[in-house]
Design a protein around this ligand. Structure first.
Ligand code: G6P
Ligand code: MN
Length: 451
């Protein structure tokens, strides 16, 4: 079986390869094709993979290319993990938004819209190439903003594109641990999680037919023993009656997170730009030990993840050891790929077209809900409606995503303005107009917004 990774020079690729190396079953990936627009990044990552494969019998064969068509032709699975505009673009998105006093995070608020406006046209081009050259391939989308990008691609690829994120699994794992489920039993729990990507709520955790969440909600000490609990505080979680995805911190504590971002020496994007430049820089030197260098940088990236949000709570918070061990994305992606390739029915929380699963959204809206995956793809499981406050937020953000898609479709500046203006975290239409102007002058690729 062949797997093609778009954005194959990306920093997290060794996590995927580590998971591929651990897969000893029949029908596993035998050939990994890395595609990237940047040959230097490809060779840096290829060196890390070579170290990982050292001494492993029948490690998947790795090839790297900057030729997209060659990478796609005849492949079985495509992982799409691109970053349009690089980390420079991410840092710019943050800076422009913060200058207007609004959030510039890459998936939430103004930053997420800007990143979406830059990414969707590229993702659509990729989807067209996949449809032409590998029409039977399954596309697993990691590219952020993942829900929006998956919905854009689904317009060309239908249900053959499936979006993934590790935050719902991570949340589920942490909550399961807090209610005393053993690590190897987490997969037996049923997580009632629903919403959009980076905008969902965990409303129940059924273990052996019983919901363990009410008990957890009643116990403030256990409730604040894990990341989301500490971020939101017991009182809010108890009032909501559900544990929010960590990205909802930007909504429920918008002032504090914007303030923390403004006060920070560097935004997340600016920090990562420097960190990653350093990594790819030393990797260009022949003597650099590839795997150990990569692993050191990876650990630093994990340790600082969402650090500004933790700061915004006012309390000093370190991440738990288990959360520092990356092991999210690649596990979900591999579990999904296996479920499809081996027709092994597997329960996963995925980004798929709604098809009636989450009440209140149309059939084509990409939502993040529990699914069963098998050889025929990912099938969303019908879930209970969200409470009014949550469904209103989801509805508003979905409307914003649709404005982004309309802006891309029509090259429409006014639709782009509406995308910003309708977002719950952008508080004025004048701000929205200025954001469009500033983003357009910062990013030449947004010149398509002409009408
Ligand atoms: C989490 C999120 C992803 C995000 C990743 C890395 O896993 O769910 O969407 O890409 O963290 O975040 P970072 O800030 O390190 O780029
Ligand atoms: Mn994510």
């Amino acid at each position: 079986m062949r797997l093609t990774v778009l954005g194959g020079g990306g920093f997290r690729l060794p996590l995927v390869y580590r998971a591929l190396l651990a897969d000893r079953e029949e029908g596993r990936v035998g050939e990994l094709v890395l595609h990237d627009v940047d040959a230097a990044r490809l060779s840096a990552i290829a060196r890390v993979l070579a170290d990982q494969a050292d001494g492993v019998a029948d490690a998947p064969r790795v090839t790297a290319t900057t030729d997209l068509d060659e990478a796609l032709r005849g492949t079985d699975f495509v992982f799409s993990a691109i970053r349009v505009g690089g980390l420079e673009g991410r840092a710019t998105d943050e800076r422009v938004a913060l200058a207007e006093g609004v959030l510039g995070q890459e998936t939430v608020g103004a930053g997420g819209i800007a990143y979406g406006l830059r990414t969707v046209p590229v993702a659509l081009d990729l989807a067209r190439r996949v449809a032409a050259l590998a029409p039977d391939a399954w596309v697993i989308n990691f590219t952020n903003p993942a829900g929006l990008v998956t919905e854009a691609m689904s317009r060309l690829l239908g249900d053959r594109v499936i979006g993934i994120c590790d935050s719902p699994v991570g949340l589920g794992r942490r909550v399961a641990r807090a209610v005393g489920v053993a690590a190897d039993q987490v997969d037996t729990a049923w997580f009632d999680y629903a919403g959009l990507n980076h905008l969902g709520w965990l409303r129940g955790v059924r273990i052996a037919g019983r919901d363990a969440l009410p008990e957890l909600l009643a116990d403030p000490e256990r409730l604040t023993s894990f990341e989301e609990g500490r971020l939101f505080g017991a009182e809010l979680i108890q009032s909501l009656g559900a544990v929010p995805n960590e990205y909802l911190h930007y909504y429920y504590f918008n002032r504090e997170t914007v303030a923390a971002y403004r006060a920070a020496e560097r935004t997340r994007g600016a920090f990562l730009r420097e960190q990653q430049e350093g990594f790819y820089g030393v990797m260009a030197r022949p003597g650099t030990p590839a795997l150990t260098t990569w692993d050191r940088v990876r650990a630093e990236r994990e340790a600082t993840y969402m650090a500004h949000n933790r700061e915004a709570t006012g309390a000093r918070q370190e991440r738990d050891a288990d959360d520092l061990e990356s092991g999210g994305y690649e596990k979900v992606a591999l579990a999904l790929m296996r479920a499809i390739a081996r027709d092994r029915r597997t329960r996963l929380i995925l980004n798929v077209r709604n098809r009636g699963a989450l009440p209140g959204l149309d059939a084509d809206a990409v939502v993040e809900v529990p699914c069963f995956a098998d050889a025929h793809g990912a099938h969303p499981v019908p879930v209970a409606p969200l409470p009014d406050h949550a469904s209103a937020l989801v509805g508003a953000v979905k409307a914003v995503e649709r404005e982004v898609l309309a802006a891309v479709d029509g090259g429409s500046r006014s639709r782009a303005v509406m995308a910003f203006a309708l977002h719950p975290l952008v508080d004025s239409v004048s701000v929205a107009r200025r954001l469009v102007d500033s983003y357009a002058s910062a990013h030449p690729t947004l010149a398509y917004l002409r009408r």
